[in-house]
Ligand binder design. Structure first.
Ligand SMILES: [Zn+2]
Ligand SMILES: [Zn+2]
Length: 280
């Protein structure tokens, strides 16, 4: 087992490189994280996707580059011994994804479970694509939310080994695009909390909501309070897509989590173990 981390150490469990939709290399991300005082950096590029969902291959690490991707991570990890580097993927859940995710993410230490896609593989849409908002116009925000929560619960219930569920209330992303839910979200939140609790999942406290103009973390405070009350553990991540955002807001997020009632955050370690790190 790894030596326990000092309480409140900076850990970023959600980051991207240019192999998926980030802008920088593993090396540049690791250098930025180290400069930000990071203790553990988890790299979580978007896993390979069926071509029909990402025809240009711009979101994902394409299958032909998986080996190069892994090698580049290993080189950056070796070059930064001051930083504990953990290799992972952000894995989309979509109907029928299980075989794909298992095959393409083989060897990863961490798998974030995400729902960005609603619908079937060949008949669906990204819900967080500000350049293509058709699904929001066609269904309206309340129906997008309902379908999102159903998909999210299916992801929790999937046999896949998702270590944490990333940005749990991602539909909030479109609030400022004119697609705020009009119904009371509390019943949907309660469904999510029950699913995470009953399936033993962790959820992510993401600082990205602030950078996306959501005006809160993902999940928003009301949902985080419910997760906390139900005893659902959290991880904390920035979802950084560029070096300047590595570890962004992590310390403030620890303070927020504490205020809501959390006393520990869960941290994946390089040896494959998980640790409940005290916030103070
Ligand atoms: Zn995501
Ligand atoms: Zn991400």
């Amino acid at each position: 087992m790894a030596r326990p981390l000092d309480p409140g150490s900076i850990v970023d469990t959600h980051t991207h490189t240019r192999f998926s939709d980030g802008v920088a290399t593993f090396e540049e991300n690791a250098a930025a994280a180290a400069a930000a005082g990071c203790a553990v950096l988890v790299s979580t590029d978007h896993l390979t996707l069926p071509r029909v969902m990402d025809p240009s291959g711009s979101v994902q690490v394409v299958e032909a580059e998986l080996a190069e991707h892994r090698g580049a991570w290993e080189a950056a990890a070796a070059a930064h011994p001051e930083l504990e580097c953990v290799f992972g993927f952000e894995c989309d859940w979509y109907p029928g994804c299980e075989g794909n995710v298992e095959r393409w993410s083989a060897g990863a230490q961490v798998r974030l479970g995400s729902v960005h896609w609603l619908g079937e593989q060949d008949d669906g849409a990204w819900i967080d694509d500000v350049t293509d908002q058709r699904i929001w116009r066609e269904l309206g925000p309340d129906e997008v939310w309902r379908r999102y929560v159903a998909a999210w619960c299916s992801a929790c219930e999937s046999p896949l080994a998702f270590d944490t569920m990333a940005h749990p209330d991602l539909p909030e992303r479109m609030r400022n695009e004119g697609f705020a839910a009009t119904v009371d979200l509390a019943p949907l939140w309660d469904e999510m909390v029950a699913c995470a609790h009953d399936t033993g999942r962790r959820v992510e406290l993401s600082t990205a909501g602030w950078r996306k103009g959501v005006g809160d973390y993902y999940p928003s405070r009301g949902l985080l309070e419910r997760f906390c009350a139900a005893g659902v553990p959290i991880t904390v991540g920035s979802d950084a897509h560029r070096p300047a955002d590595m570890c962004d807001g992590i310390r403030a997020a620890y303070g927020h989590a504490w205020e809501v009632g959390y006393r520990t955050v869960e941290v994946p370690r390089a040896d494959g173990s998980w640790e409940a790190m005290p916030l103070r």
